[in-house]
Design a protein around this ligand. Structure first.
Ligand SMILES: Nc1ncnc2c1ncn2[C@@H]1O[C@H](COP(=O)(O)OP(=O)(O)O)[C@@H](O)[C@H]1O
Ligand SMILES: [Mg+2]
Length: 248
């Protein structure tokens, strides 16, 4: 896919494959094009060129409900604050929260039970009836993951899902995402700022720099040279830190 803003390329011929059960980390400095890529993947933005295929289907050409096959998790959770955790997850059955009122009544028993099951999977059954804005950041992100699960997606796309969370909550969220990839056969594409999280959780690293893929390799091949190709040469003082991040 390629996408330009005002004739300036944000992503340029970005291409990669995500397999079932695979957790792919997207790394790259700010401005590399990660969010643009993710917004194109999820249909929030129309790419200038390119396509997203799931199996044989061109998702970009599909409308409405088929889009549910790609679920999104955002950095800022994007829950509806005044709704309960349960209602937010139920909204996942629609893909996105519709603007009109009274939509909850449309859901039958099967959908409601499935929403509760999704909340149970992220460990929040006990908080089902709590308003979203009274949950902690980590809990809100787990509700967002439950909402993604409620879509029964083939692919989960998470744009810096732990950037607003403390280290413990981050680990909880990444454990969940990787567990879902493994257990449900879902592909997970997840952008991260902390290289050590990519090292710990990802099967593969896709590195973006100036809108292009400069690295696409199994995580254990993401070494110091690859690190510097993405983030630039590290000054001697920073080297131990960079290395510690890699070895964490
Ligand atoms: N809506 C927009 N209008 C104009 N330029 C944009 C827009 N969104 C992103 N960009 C530009 O595209 C480039 C990539 O941005 P972004 O995808 O947000 O990178 P990242 O998420 O890796 O930090 C940046 O140069 C950014 O300024
Ligand atoms: Mg971004």
């Amino acid at each position: 896919m390629s996408k330009a803003f005002n004739a300036r390329a944000a992503i340029e011929e970005v291409s990669f494959t995500v397999r079932e059960r695979e957790f792919v980390a997207v790394l790259g400095p700010s401005g590399a094009g990660k969010t643009t890529l993710f917004r194109c993947l999820t249909g929030l933005l129309a790419p200038d060129r390119g396509e997203i295929r799931i199996g044989g289907d061109d998702i970009g050409a599909l409308r409405g409900r088929s889009r549910r096959r790609i679920a999104v998790v955002f950095q800022q959770f994007n829950l509806v604050n005044r709704l309960t955790a349960f209602e937010n997850v139920l909204a996942g059955r629609l893909g996105y929260v519709p603007a009109w009122r009274g939509w909850l009544r449309r859901f039958g028993r099967t959908d409601r039970l499935f929403a509760l099951e999704c909340l149970d999977r992220v460990g929040l059954l006990g908080q089902a009836m709590q308003r979203a804005d009274t949950l902690s950041g980590g809990q809100q992100q787990r509700v967002a993951i439950a909402r993604a699960l409620a879509q029964r997606p083939s692919l989960i796309v998470a744009d810096e899902p732990v950037a607003s969370l403390d280290p413990n909550a981050s680990v909880g969220v990444l454990d969940l995402l990787r567990g879902i990839a493994r257990a449900d056969g879902v592909g997970v594409v997840c952008s991260l700022h902390q290289v050590h999280f990519a090292r710990a959780y990802a099967d593969r690293v896709v590195g973006l720099s100036h809108g292009r893929v400069v690295i696409d390799a199994p995580t254990d091949r993401f070494d110091q040279a690859a690190f510097e190709r993405l983030y630039g040469p590290q000054p001697a003082e920073a080297a131990p830190t960079a290395l510690a991040a890699l070895q964490h």
